[in-house]
Design a protein around this ligand. Structure first.
Ligand SMILES: Cc1cc2nc3c(=O)[nH]c(=O)nc-3n(C[C@H](O)[C@H](O)[C@H](O)COP(=O)(O)O)c2cc1C
Length: 364
C-alpha cells in the first residue's frame, strides 16, 4: 500500500478491491433497491452548517461520557457480526483498536469470537448486543456479558426474525449464491459455556441462520430488567411513538437506526428519524444515531440535533480489510480529526454543548 486512504470513501474503495466480491457484497448490501442505503448517507449532505465565528477555539473538548462511561469522543463501534470476513482476528482486532483509541465498542451476539475471548482484550467499555432468540438463550448471554464486565445490554429490535435473511436474502447475496464462510459462526451459541447442545457446523449457529424464535414485545423489557442490573439500550427505533414507549418502559438509551438499511427497503433514512425521537424522549434517556455516517461533520450534525453519540458499522469492516487493527484505528482517527476540524470551523468548543442553530435543513 503506497499510503493509507485519506478518508472513509477511499477506505470503501480500497476495501472493495481487497475483499472477495461476494464478501464485499454481503457487508455492503442494503435491502431491495437500496434506496434507504443510499439515503442514509446522502441525507447528511442535505443538512448544512451555520457556523459561529470569532469564538475562542484554543480549547476543544471532545471527550464525553456515554451512559456514564468515558470516551475520547462520541463515536462507538456498532455491534455487528462477522468482522472475521475482513480480518482473521476479526472482533479481537476491532476491540484492540477501540481500546487504544479509547472509544466504546459494541459486541454482537453474532461475533466470531466469544463474549469471554473479547472481554480479555480490553479494560475499556464494551456493550453487548442481543438479538432476542428465546428467554433461555437471552438470559444465558446476558449473564455471560455481565460476568465478563460488559457495561450495557443493547437489545436490537429492528429484526423481527433473527437471521434477517431467513425468508429472502439480500438481493446481492441471492445473485452471488452467498454462503457464510466457516470462520463466521456464532460461537457464543456453541459449547459448554452456552449449554445449548449446539456444535460447530450446526445450522443454528450459522451467521444469519434461522433460529427458532420467541416474539419480542414491549412487555419483555420488564423481563430483561428482572434478569440484569446493567443499563438497557434499545437499538433500531425510528418513531416518536416507539420512543415514547421506550421511555415508558424505562430504557436507558435508544439507538435510532434502520440497521444500516439491511432489514427492509424504503425505511426512513435514520438521520431523518432523529428529531422526532429526540422530541418524544425529551431528555428522559440518552439517544444515539447510526446509519450512513462517513464524515466528522456528520457526527457534528448528529450531536447538534441532540444525539449523545453515534455508532458506525461498515467503515470498520473496511478498516479491517485494509489493515486489521491499524486500519480500524486509522478510521477512528480520521473521523476524530474531521470532527475536531469541523468543530473549530463552526466555533464549537465542546461536544456536550452544541447549539441546534448550527443546523440548516428542510426535513421536519
Ligand atoms: C455486515 C453487517 C453486520 C451487522 N450485524 C449486526 C448485528 O449482528 N447486530 C446489530 O444490532 N446490528 C448489526 N448490523 C448493523 C450495525 O450495527 C449498524 O446498525 C449499521 O451498520 C449502521 O450503518 P452503517 O453501516 O451505515 O454505519 C450489521 C451491519 C453490517 C453492515
Amino acid at each position: 500500500m503506497e499510503r493509507y486512504p485519506i478518508n472513509l470513501n477511499e477506505y470503501e474503495e480500497l476495501a472493495k478491491k481487497i475483499l472477495p466480491h461476494n464478501i464485499w457484497d454481503y457487508i455492503e448490501a442494503g435491502r431491495g433497491d437500496e434506496i434507504t442505503l443510499k439515503r442514509n448517507t446522502e441525507i447528511f449532505n442535505e443538512v448544512f452548517l451555520r457556523p459561529n465565528k470569532m469564538v475562542d477555539i484554543s480549547n476543544i473538548k471532545m471527550e464525553t461520557t456515554i451512559l456514564g462511561d468515558k470516551t475520547s469522543f462520541p463515536l462507538m463501534i456498532a455491534p455487528a457480526g462477522g468482522h472475521t470476513f475482513c480480518d482473521e482476528e476479526g472482533e479481537l482486532s476491532t476491540i484492540r483498536a477501540a481500546k487504544k483509541e479509547n472509544i466504546i465498542a459494541g459486541v454482537g451476539t453474532n461475533s466470531s469470537y466469544t463474549i469471554e475471548e473479547i472481554s480479555k482484550e480490553t479494560d475499556k467499555s464494551l456493550w453487548f448486543q442481543i438479538y432476542h432468540l428465546s428467554r433461555e438463550i437471552d438470559e444465558m448471554l446476558v449473564k455471560r456479558a455481565e460476568n465478563n464486565g460488559y457495561k450495557v445490554i443493547v437489545l436490537t429490535v429492528d429484526g423481527p426474525v433473527p437471521g434477517m435473511d431467513h425468508l429472502r436474502p439480500k438481493e446481492r447475496d441471492i445473485r452471488n449464491a452467498f454462503i457464510n464462510p466457516p470462520n463466521t459462526e456464532r460461537v457464543n451459541l456453541i459449547g459448554e459455556v452456552a449449554g445449548l447442545g449446539y456444535k460447530k457446523g450446526d445450522p443454528e449457529v450459522q451467521l444469519g441462520g434461522y433460529h427458532p424464535v420467541e416474539q419480542l414485545i414491549w412487555e419483555d423489557i420488564d423481563w430483561f430488567r428482572s434478569i440484569t442490573k446493567l443499563p438497557i439500550v434499545i437499538k433500531g427505533l425510528q418513531s416518536a411513538h416507539d420512543a415514547k414507549k421506550a421511555v415508558e418502559y424505562g430504557v436507558d438509551g435508544i439507538v435510532v437506526s434502520n440497521h444500516g438499511a439491511r432489514g427492509v427497503d424504503t425505511l426512513m433514512p435514520s438521520l431523518e428519524s432523529l428529531p422526532e425521537v429526540l422530541d418524544a424522549v425529551n431528555g428522559k434517556c440518552e439517544v444515539y444515531l447510526d446509519g450512513g455516517i462517513r464524515r466528522g461533520a456528520d457526527i457534528l450534525k448528529a450531536l447538534a440535533f441532540g444525539a449523545k453519540g453515534v455508532m458506525i458499522g461498515r467503515p470498520f469492516y473496511w478498516g479491517l480489510a485494509v489493515d486489521g487493527e491499524n486500519g480500524v484505528r486509522d478510521v477512528i482517527n480520521i473521523l476524530k480529526q474531521e470532527l475536531e476540524q469541523a468543530m473549530k470551523y463552526c466555533g464549537i468548543t465542546d461536544v456536550e454543548n452544541i447549539d441546534p442553530n448550527l443546523l440548516s435543513y428542510n426535513f421536519s
